[in-house]
Design a protein around this ligand. Structure first.
Ligand code: ZN
Length: 281
């Protein structure tokens, strides 16, 4: 039963959130029903991820309302998750890990993919880290056993969490962190201009995001721009306004936008962008 599992995750410090559930035919429990573009995968809570909790009373209350809720777990707190959704992704990940499969927890997702749990990297979500492989980090969440997938399968443990989670090997961490931006090696000459360009690039990505990756793209953009807000290079109100407009353009709903923006920005602000010491004139 999903309440028992939710409480167990929370006892281990993993913030839990109730997620919508697909019925036998794969139709989402949300008001969009068969028209939902993310059936059984989006939070039931109004503010989404930002309301994820480890409080057993809160969790019991949620599961009183929604006894069959899928179990969402916030990533970036106790664990980050490599989200493999195809044979190509699995091959790519194994290649990256030097052919070995790390000894940590592993979930068979209801859609036939796999989740591998690692210690948190401090990085945000990375969609398409490799083809068929996403990374769920700060500001993200994953579904966990015993959730049900719209394709009909359940999320099951291949290997349950034991003592300590594995650290991602260096090759994986390097890929997640992304190519070192030139700004890490040299202070940005014009931080303000850099931030403006980042704002434009991220809002463009969100506005053009195809259905199915819109929420991820928004989350990533909010995280990236939240880092610039944290560094004092952008105003939070500007970022919220621009990203909201872009996400509306892409077709996301208000509630989802609010929740994703809040969690992405909060996670980003905790990792402020470092632009080096101010330039001497
Ligand atoms: Zn739905």
């Amino acid at each position: 039963m999903s309440l028992t599992a939710a409480l167990a995750y929370a006892r281990h410090g993993i913030p839990v959130l109730p997620v919508h559930t697909p019925d036998q035919g794969g139709v989402c429990s949300c008001h969009r029903g068969a028209r939902c573009d993310s059936p059984g995968k989006h939070p039931r809570l109004r503010h989404g991820l930002s309301e994820a909790s480890t409080d057993p009373h809160q969790i019991r209350l949620w599961w009183t309302f929604w006894p069959r809720a899928n179990v969402g777990l916030r990533t970036g707190v106790v664990m980050d998750v490599a989200d493999v959704d195809s044979a190509e992704g699995w091959h790519g990940l194994r290649h990256l890990l030097g052919g070995d499969v790390p000894p940590g927890p592993q979930v068979r997702t209801g859609g036939g993919g796999r989740h591998l749990w690692f210690r948190p990297t401090g990085c945000g979500n990375r969609v398409r880290l490799l083809p068929g492989l996403d990374w769920r980090g700060a500001g993200g969440y994953v579904l966990a056993p015993p959730s049900r997938h719209a394709a009909g399968g359940d999320y099951r443990w291949i290997r349950r969490p034991a003592v300590a989670l594995p650290i991602g090997p260096a090759t994986l961490l390097t890929l997640i962190a992304g190519p070192p931006p030139p700004v890490r090696e040299h202070p940005v000459a014009h931080p303000g201009r850099y931030a403006e360009a980042a704002l434009e690039a991220e809002t463009g990505r969100v506005a053009r995001a195809p259905a199915g990756s819109r929420n991820d793209t928004l989350n990533r953009a909010a995280f990236a721009l939240g880092r610039l807000v944290g560094a004092g290079l952008l105003a939070e109100s500007t970022v919220c306004r621009e990203l909201t407009a872009a996400a509306r353009h892409a077709g996301l709903g208000w509630a989802e936008i609010r929740g994703t923006l809040r969690s992405g920005l909060t996670a980003g602000r905790r990792h402020p962008f470092e632009h080096g010491p101010p330039h001497a004139a």
